[in-house]
Design a protein around this ligand. Structure first.
Ligand code: SF4
Length: 347
């Protein structure tokens, strides 16, 4: 037991990290997981906020994976350090605002630091050659090793047979023959392996492990930077971008309209920070205002909120705007028709 080798595994909560970790545990290695919280993680947030699809389990998939594997998971907050990765990626962005290659290098580097301070022996990831166009290509695999400083301490069990031998294999801690040779975008080998292990309830995020691969989310992020004239953010900003309909009629302001009960509850928590709008003559959504709207802008905002209220067919809907200084303005407005909410306003 004393000489049992120890590996730290990057756990995103998806199938690949589940399988790669299982392969290494089965070789008698003590494995603990690390999950880095960048602020953009899909884990937990919108699913926990939104009430819809309440039949689906509201869970943190990284924790769930760790539980399935019976290992410890360390969730590490890297929000501050991650800012530089996102704002100044050396290798640029993927299809959206995802700096995947820099991000992978950053995470493996952090994992290496953790490994050293906790006396672990090597690092594992669930990467598969050819799986992702930006960070998981044959040419980029060595870049992650080099830039993270992990070099041959980094083992990718799912595609190890396509890659040079790592320290864990050279030292005989791991039997290379039992590692795999997955490659490409197909998910079939992973799905078959999951079946073999008896895992049938894993997460399958479409674009990747974070919101930065999502087109709509990336658009909202860029819109926020453009409207503020600077590229920066706080955690609250990132959370807000995950919630509600974002509608920007002009440069001065945008409104965030709750789409359902869970989002109303979430936005209610921000009512003291933001001016907010709510119908009073009928049921309807809460909306927050961001920016510096003038009086005409407020009228437009109230007509939008009236459109999404249960009074949308009425002549007039009464709507109140509570400003950040506590002053309440009352409006009686004709709801916009759907076609009057211009497509270009939807962020
Ligand atoms: S999808 Fe997000 S978390 Fe995953 S590597 Fe890309 S930027 Fe990083």
């Amino acid at each position: 037991m004393k000489n049992k080798k120890r590996a730290v595994s990057l756990i995103s909560g998806g199938l690949d990290s589940l399988l790669s970790t299982k392969i290494i545990i089965d070789q008698g290695i003590h494995v603990e997981g690390i999950n880095f919280f960048t602020g953009f993680c899909v884990e937990g947030h919108t699913h926990a906020i939104r009430k819809q699809k309440s039949d689906k389990p509201k869970r943190n998939n990284a924790l769930w994976v760790a539980e399935q594997l019976g290992i410890k998971l360390h969730i590490i907050d890297v929000i501050e350090e991650y800012r530089d990765v996102l704002l100044n990626p050396k290798h640029g962005y993927g299809k959206n605002m995802n700096p995947c290659l820099d991000c992978k290098g950053f995470m493996v580097k952090k994992a290496k630091q953790w490994m050293e301070s906790n006396n672990f022996d090597f690092i594992i990831t669930g990467e598969v050659i050819g799986q992702r166009p930006m960070s998981q290509r044959k040419e980029t695999m060595p870049i992650v090793q080099e830039e993270s400083g992990a070099d041959d301490l980094l083992l990718r069990p799912l595609c190890a047979k396509h890659l040079p031998t790592t320290k864990a294999e050279k030292e005989g801690w791991i039997d290379r023959e039992k590692l795999l040779d997955f490659s490409g975008r197909t998910r079939k080998p992973q799905i078959d392996l999951a079946k073999k292990y008896g895992f049938d309830d894993y997460a399958t995020p479409a674009g990747g492990c974070c919101f930065l691969t999502d087109k709509q989310y990336s658009n909202k992020l860029v819109d926020m930077w453009e409207s503020r004239g600077k590229r920066d953010y706080q955690l609250d900003d990132l959370m807000m971008l995950k919630v509600g309909r974002h509608i920007r009629p002009n440069k001065r302001f945008k409104i965030i309209v709750a789409r359902e009960e869970g989002e109303v509850k979430f936005l209610q928590g921000y009512r003291n920070q933001y001016a907010n709008i709510y119908p009073t003559s009928c049921n309807g959504p809460l909306a927050l205002i961001e920016g510096n709207p003038n009086q005409e802008d407020l009228r437009i905002a109230t007509k939008i909120v009236a459109r999404y209220s249960q009074g949308r067919e009425e002549e007039k809907v009464n709507v109140e705007v509570k400003l950040t200084n506590g002053v309440v303005q009352k409006f009686s407005v004709q709801p916009f028709l759907a076609k009057e909410i211009e497509e270009s306003w939807m962020v």
